[in-house]
Design a protein around this ligand. Structure first.
Ligand SMILES: Nc1ncnc2c1ncn2[C@@H]1O[C@H](COP(=O)(O)OP(=O)(O)O)[C@@H](O)[C@H]1O
Ligand SMILES: [Mg+2]
Length: 229
C-alpha cells in the first residue's frame, strides 16, 4: 500500500544570472492520512518552494507528488486547479483575506468555485460552526480590517478548511504574530487537525510550533532529514 501523500525525489531549480540553482535536490517523503509534519529550516532553504509544489501552486523540475494514489504532478493545469480547490487547503504567513468582504464572505469564497461538495446552505452552516470553534462567533460580519492579527489568521484558517481538504499546508502560519497569538494559533491548528483529520504539513521557523507535530524534518541544502528536536 502506498502512502496517502508521497513525494518522490522532488527537485526544483531556478535559472539565475550565474546559471541554474538547485533549491530542492531530491525530496522524498511519505505521510499517512491525518499525520502531522513540520518542515523546519532557515529562511531561503526552500520551505515555501516545497509547499508550493506539494500544493500545486508550482511545478517541480523533476519528481512526483502523489496524493491518494493520484499523481498530481501529471495533471494538466486545469485539473490541478480542481484538485487544489477540492482537496488542499493553504494557510500563509499573511492572511490574504479580501478587505471589502466580511469574515463570513471571505470564508465562503472557496465554495464559489465549481464542483461543489455540499449545497450552499450546508457550507454556510459549516462556516458558522468553524468560525464559532475558532472563537469568531461574534466577528462573522466584521471586515478583516476590524479584526486583530490573530483573529484574521483564525479566519484564514477557517477559509482553508471550509472545503474539507484532505491536506492542509501551512507556510509560516504564526510568522507574523506575537508570541501569545502564535501560541494560540499553533494550538488551534493542532486541535483542528485532530477534529478534521486532514494530513498537515507546516513550514515554520518556530520550534514551538514544530514541536507540536508528530514528525519533524529539517530542510538543509535541498534535502530533508528527520530532525531530532
Ligand atoms: N521564482 C523564483 N525564482 C528564482 N529563485 C527563487 C524563486 N522562488 C524562490 N527562489 C529561491 O529559492 C530559495 C528558496 O526560497 P523559499 O522556498 O522561499 O525559502 P523559504 O521558504 O525556506 O524561506 C531562495 O534562495 C530563493 O531566492
Ligand atoms: Mg518561506
Amino acid at each position: 500500500m502506498s502512502a496517502f501523500l508521497r513525494l518522490e525525489d522532488i527537485r526544483k531549480s531556478y535559472a539565475g544570472p550565474g546559471g541554474q540553482t538547485e533549491v530542492l535536490s531530491g525530496i522524498s517523503l511519505d505521510a499517512g492520512q491525518g499525520q502531522t509534519i513540520a518542515i523546519v529550516g532557515p529562511s531561503g532553504c526552500g520551505k515555501s518552494t516545497l509547499l508550493n509544489i506539494v500544493g500545486l501552486l508550482d511545478r517541480p523540475t523533476a519528481g512526483k507528488v502523489i496524493l491518494d494514489e493520484r499523481e498530481l504532478t501529471a495533471l494538466s493545469d486545469t485539473e490541478a486547479a480542481k484538485v487544489r480547490n477540492r482537496k488542499i487547503g493553504f494557510v500563509f504567513q499573511m492572511h490574504h483575506l479580501l478587505p471589502q468582504c466580511s469574515v463570513l464572505e471571505n470564508v465562503l469564497l472557496p465554495t464559489l468555485a465549481g464542483g461543489k461538495k455540499l449545497p450552499a446552505r450546508e457550507f454556510q452552516s459549516r462556516a458558522q460552526e468553524l468560525l464559532e470553534r475558532v472563537g469568531l462567533k461574534d466577528r462573522m460580519q466584521h471586515r478583516p480590517g476590524q479584526l486583530s492579527a490573530g483573529q484574521r489568521q483564525r479566519a484564514a484558517i477557517v477559509r482553508a478548511l471550509i472545503l474539507q481538504p484532505v491536506l492542509l499546508l501551512a507556510d509560516e502560519p504564526t510568522g507574523a504574530l506575537d508570541k501569545d497569538n502564535a501560541e494560540q494559533i499553533a494550538e488551534l491548528i493542532v486541535e483542528l487537525n485532530r477534529q478534521e483529520k486532514m494530513t498537515l504539513i507546516v513550514a515554520t521557523h518556530s520550534m514551538e510550533l514544530a514541536g507540536k507535530m508528530e514528525w519533524r524534518y529539517q530542510l538543509t541544502q535541498g534535502v530533508l532529514r528527520q530532525s531530532e528536536i
